[in-house]
Design a protein around this ligand. Structure first.
Ligand SMILES: Cc1cc2nc3c(=O)[nH]c(=O)nc-3n(C[C@H](O)[C@H](O)[C@H](O)COP(=O)(O)O)c2cc1C
Length: 205
């Protein structure tokens, strides 16, 4: 079954390498993922005072609704100064509040970081992972995706990854993410069914 995946790209740059990686994942046809990129560039800087307002800023509502309706979240991000780009951290903060209403809670997640540098955004990748722990998102462990030495030349004219080892790794990750999301959703459904049966049996005992 195809799962709905919200891809959050941590770069606003028009020619972002990470956006192109995300586009390539959206373009895969045999991964059983229905991916779409969720925009974060219009989210006002998070301010906790907003939480108390009866009306939330419209981009907050739009972003939260889009994440809420997804079966899983894929972060695709650069590394800025060895950490999460501010724009992505802002989106994470927006989605996580008001307290107790986080749209990220229990959503399966995966993380891809791409950089022209050699360590492929390792620092950013693990800072996103750290936030996911607090957000209660089960994050796929393997394959890890620190995509190093990514350049414009890694992509074809349509802005998708050229055939080669990089595309192979990203394709492997997409398939593994499908299996991860599938395992989590099916286990939860089975547990819910078990609980319902147990409750019924108790009622009739
Ligand atoms: C403010 C800033 C900080 C950066 N810091 C890092 C870094 O810590 N590690 C790294 O590998 N690349 C770093 N870079 C280079 C980015 O990896 C590179 O610009 C990349 O193309 C950005 O991702 P994007 O193409 O998806 O926008 C930095 C770039 C900027 C603009």
């Amino acid at each position: 079954m195809a799962y709905k995946i919200a891809i959050i790209v941590g770069s606003l740059r028009k020619d972002s390498l990470n956006r192109k990686v995300a586009r390539s994942i959206c373009g895969l046809r045999d991964d059983n993922l229905d991916c779409s990129m969720i925009e974060i560039g219009d989210l006002p800087l998070y301010n906790q005072d907003y939480d108390a307002l009866p009306e939330q800023p419209a981009p907050y509502t739009r972003f939260r609704d889009q994440v809420r309706s997804a079966d899983g979240v894929l972060f695709c991000s650069p590394e800025y100064n060895r950490g999460i780009p501010g724009v992505l951290k802002n989106a994470i903060d927006v989605g996580s509040r008001p307290y107790g209403q986080s749209v990220f809670d229990r959503k399966p997640a995966a993380i891809v970081t791409a950089s022209p540098g050699s360590i492929g955004g390792f620092g950013s990748n693990h800072q996103i992972r750290q936030a996911c722990v607090f957000l209660n998102m089960p994050v796929m462990q393997q394959p890890e995706a620190y995509l190093g030495h990514v350049t414009d030349d890694s992509f074809d004219e349509s802005g998708c990854l050229k055939e080669g080892p990089l595309k192979e790794l990203v394709t492997k990750l997409a398939h593994a993410f499908h299996d991860w999301v599938d395992m989590i959703h099916r286990s939860r459904a089975a547990l819910a069914e078990d609980s319902a049966h147990a409750a019924q049996a108790k009622e009739h005992a």
